[in-house]
Design a binder for this molecule. Structure first.
Ligand code: SP5
Ligand code: ZN
Length: 341
């Protein structure tokens, strides 16, 4: 399988993540992508390509123009306001307040975000743009006839809504790929999200549509991030009713249990008969992941990849989460090797 990778990912290198009341070194850090790339090379998975430039048009098919413009200038606005640290949202429109875009940067950060753990600094915009280009280049490879392609995206994307960032995500790479397939004439697309966390952004973007099926297996949002979306009674709305599927699992879930959800997902995908599949691939389901609570082991990722291959669909993988950097390369590449085998 071919891998798409951009060295520009390293332009996102924030120093802070608000966690446990402290500003810690971020879980979502450059070494994640470098470790996966090293494993791709070590295993000779296949050719490694740099992304092509697709501009902002395919990004704006799923994100609003004002949100994209905000991300572009956010860091400069923050600096211009004379703030000493990294840009961190700290105020939101709570219940009873107005969802109105303020002029001040603190207000604007809150308006365009849903969580405070995702700091912004110099280079975040460039890295997020490159990450979307990585995803779109992987999509193009598959549209041109590759059976599958690995978009080694960083930063990740699946938590980003049309106009909201958070969960380390800015542009929803999986959604951008799904929409690109649609815009190129693929009639139906399925997005399967196997990251430990709910793919809230992807769900929200396609919630009222029946041309993109969204499925996510994840830790119970009653217990973990993103807390306010991802429950099993969220099944889609309007034309999209029946085209969103959430499966939630408790702490210590092993592959033997999680994979029953995967089977459900695969059956739903087969009924849907999509023309392409996007896999939002997080490996934070790993037993040693520092912020998650599932118990998948490294060999499970080979089994996962093999199962996805049996769907027999043109498939684009977008890299999402996974924070045990020592194992992230083996686990992510195992999915690809299981798929190719
Ligand atoms: C793409 C992705 O996987 N995003 C995840 C974002 C999770 N953000 C909240 C993290 C909270 C971590 N708290 C960890 C406490 C562990 N002791
Ligand atoms: Zn995750």
């Amino acid at each position: 399988m071919k891998t798409v990778f951009s060295p520009l990912h390293s332009r996102r290198d924030v120093k802070t993540e608000l966690d446990g009341g402290l500003l810690i070194e971020p879980h979502e850090k450059p070494s994640r992508a470098e470790t996966i790339l090293a494993r791709v090379k070590e295993q000779a998975l296949g050719e490694i390509l740099e992304p092509e430039e697709y501009g902002l048009e395919p990004v704006k098919r799923v994100h609003t123009a004002d949100y994209v413009a905000f991300l572009k200038t956010c860091w400069q606005e923050w600096l211009a306001a004379g703030k000493p640290g990294e840009a961190i949202p700290a105020v939101w429109a709570g219940r009873g307040m107005r969802h109105r875009l303020p002029r001040d940067i603190d207000g604007r950060l809150g308006y365009y975000s849903f969580a405070a753990e995702t700091s912004i600094s110099d280079g975040t915009w460039e890295a997020a743009r490159a990450s979307a280009n990585v995803a779109l280049t992987a999509q193009k490879l598959v549209a041109k006839g590759e059976r599958a392609a690995f978009g080694l995206c960083r930063p990740p994307g699946h938590h980003a809504h049309a106009d909201v960032f958070g969960g380390y995500c800015f542009f929803n790479n999986a959604a951008i790929v799904a929409q690109a397939f649609r815009d190129q004439g693929y009639g139906k697309v399925a997005v399967l999200d196997v990251d430990f966390h709910h793919g809230n952004g992807t769900q929200a973007i396609f919630y009222d549509r029946n041309d993109v099926l969204t499925i996510s297996l994840h830790g119970d949002p009653d217990l973990v991030f993103p807390h306010f979306l991802g429950f099993e009674d969220e099944t889609g709305e309007g034309a999209g009713e029946g085209y969103n599927l959430n499966m939630v699992y408790p702490p210590n879930t092993p592959y033997s249990v999680w994979s029953q959800g995967l089977e459900n997902a695969c059956e739903r995908i087969q009924t849907f008969k999509p023309d392409a599949l996007v896999v939002a691939l997080g490996v934070d389901t790993f037993e040693e992941d520092p912020i998650s609570f599932f118990k998948l082991i490294s060999s499970d990722y080979l089994t996962l990849g093999a199962r996805l291959a049996r769907l027999g669909l043109p498939t684009v993988f977008t890299m999402e989460g996974g924070y045990d950097v020592d194992a992230i390369g083996v686990n992510a590449v195992n999915v690809m090797q299981g798929f190719d085998r």
